[in-house]
Design a protein around this ligand. Structure first.
Ligand SMILES: C[S@@+](CC[C@H](N)C(=O)[O-])C[C@H]1O[C@@H](n2cnc3c(N)ncnc32)[C@H](O)[C@@H]1O
Length: 538
């Protein structure tokens, strides 16, 4: 779409600001764009979308950030992210006449986005520390309130992955005691604390949430306190279908109890039935649309896909299982908030699900099997639960695409980093000096690096297997499953078809293997594919 067409969309939004469809179209259109200049009119619409609740803001991250960096006033303060240390940042910051840290465009993105960028992270780490010092100096905490509220939301979204030193930790401990004794002054104290640790850990969390709501900060109160308190109650409502008692399952469960994955807040409108219909072979989707079709989401994590499928297939009955109660209650809370009635959550170990009587028309298992002791054995359990003619959507790690992660994990192990929050923070700070330059660049290009649970998942997992296409082909054959298609970006598929024009359907796994050898990062987003159980197989 041209800039002109884009501007007409912006004009349409201005004419009908309550029309969410215009905003979603605008977001979809602008999402892949980067800007080298600050364009005030367009920035105003980006900001307007960011300030609209209930829509998926995440696709705005790159256009928002590229334009922020070009902002004529903000870029002067943002430049200070390059300072070699905090002391030098502070000295330079204090020399600026009017640092543009209350810039509304900056604050609008800070409140709702998570930016995979090390320079922004460094800037925010410095700024947070500066604000904390000003508190101590009695420089008027309320002065920073407008910045600290969105900053607290940002830090919460990273799950507090930003590093901090002993001095800051000591200051925060004092502030925490003050807030708990209800002696802290204005709301800025609560925001400041929320920049370093989640507010639900406070002794008086419920009272703090009430106070925040009364002051008009319902979003922060929900994210940092009430959502968590609700999930804590919901944990007891979730039935257990199987015990969890094998070594690897117990270790994996412990990881995801402490770090539920992934944390999400808005349902991306990524599951389009039209796209799925076009993607799957003729009529395959019909069996999923029928009344009472049975879906199993195996290893559902925090339930994002479970909710998406339950909403897209309202006649289906969806069962979502996982090892982690913390993850399941996150999904259940979201399902309840949205009034989704065709979705059940249960705790179960996939390895033990073989005794289930139900048979499923569709089984989704992405990013799970490779975290099991024996992925093929886990997949075989799921195959046994798939009805004849049923469909499966699987995602597995690629050996070739993850080599930079394998090398980074080897460094982490050799240097003896543990997997606690403190150790993950410490490694992230040390990483530029420890990792090969090109590996560091790749690791920090991944959005997973920028939140605690995703960083743990990427670099500190207790159990990880990786696969190759010939291995997957072997497993499919032994399990009696038929490969349907890989999911991938259209431009990558186009490249494959250029290289192998005779494989029109794109189903020749030997060719895909050759293709991957030439372009080892093809499956960085995992091997994501669909397969089916041929009719008559039981
Ligand atoms: C990386 S997360 C993926 C979550 C989700 N499928 C997704 O794609 O976002 C892996 C999830 O698999 C779950 N998991 C791993 N092994 C499992 C098992 N044996 N049985 C059930 N769930 C398992 C973990 O608890 C975790 O929530």
């Amino acid at each position: 779409m041209s800039m002109k067409a884009m501007q007409s969309l912006a004009v349409a939004i201005a004419g009908q600001p309550e029309n969410a469809a215009y905003k979603e179209r605008f977001i979809e259109t602008i999402a892949p764009m980067r800007f080298r200049f600050y364009l005030p009119d367009l920035a105003m619409f980006i900001q307007h979308c960011l300030e609209t609740p209930g829509i998926n803001h995440a696709p705005l991250v790159r256009p928002w950030f590229s334009m922020l960096k070009a902002h004529p006033r903000f870029r002067k303060v943002f430049r200070l992210a390059r300072r070699k240390d905090y002391a030098s940042f502070r000295a330079a910051f204090e020399k600026l006449r009017d640092p543009d840290i209350f810039n509304p465009y900056f604050l609008s993105g800070l409140g709702v986005l998570l930016v995979p960028d090390r320079s922004l992270e460094r800037f925010l780490i410095f700024l947070r520390r500066y604000c904390l010092e000003q508190f101590e100096a009695g420089a008027g905490s309320d002065k920073f309130a407008d910045l600290l509220e969105p900053l607290a939301r940002y830090c919460f979204r990273t799950e507090y992955v930003f590093a901090f030193g002993d001095e800051e930790a000591a200051r925060i401990a004092v502030l925490r005691r003050e807030v708990e004794k209800n002696r802290a002054g204005g709301e800025a104290d609560i925001f400041m604390l929320g920049c370093y640790e989640p507010l639900h850990t406070l002794d008086n969390a419920a009272a703090v949430a009430d106070r925040l709501r009364k002051l008009g900060y319902a979003g922060l109160a929900a994210e940092q306190i009430s959502d968590f308190l609700v999930e804590r109650e919901l944990r007891h409502e979730i039935p257990a279908l199987t015990p969890i008692d094998s070594g690897v399952s117990t270790a994996v469960q412990a990881q995801y109890e402490a770090f539920p994955y992934p944390r999400w807040s808005s349902l991306a409108s990524s599951l389009s039935l039209d796209a799925l219909e076009a993607f799957l072979p003729g009529g395959a989707i019909d069996s999923l649309k029928k009344d009472g079709a049975k879906f199993l989401i195996a290893g559902c994590g925090t339930g994002l896909q479970a909710l998406e499928y339950a909403l897209a297939f309202p006649k289906a009955e969806v069962l979502a299982v996982d090892l982690s109660r913390a993850s399941l209650s996150y999904g259940l809370r979201n399902a309840k908030e949205r009034g989704i009635g065709n979705l059940r959550f249960a705790q179960a170990d996939i390895m033990r699900l073989g005794g289930l009587e139900d048979r499923f028309d569709f089984i989704l298992c992405t990013g799970v099997l490779h975290h099991m002791a024996d992925p093929e054995a886990g997949w075989a359990v799921l195959e046994g639960l798939l009805s004849s003619g049923g469909l499966m959507r699987i995602a597995l790690y690629s050996e070739y695409a993850r080599q930079f992660i394998v090398r980074s994990c080897a460094v982490i192990q050799a240097r003896g980093y543990g997997d606690s929050r403190e150790e993950i923070r410490r490694f992230r700070e040390d990483a530029p000096d420890l990792l090969k330059r090109s590996d560091y660049r790749r690791v920090t290009r991944s959005s997973d690096f920028y939140s605690m649970s995703e960083c743990r998942d990427m670099l500190f997992h207790v159990q990880e297997h990786r696969h190759t296409i010939p291995e997957i082909e072997g497993m499919l054959e032994r399990l009696g499953l038929r490969f349907i298609r890989f999911e991938m970006e259209p431009r990558v598929r186009a490249r494959y078809h250029k290289a192998f024009p005779q494989d029109e359907a794109g189903t020749n796994l030997a060719n895909w293997n050759r293709f991957e050898h030439k372009k080892p990062e093809t499956f960085l987003q995992m091997y994501r594919f669909w397969c089916s159980k041929t009719m008559g197989t039981q």
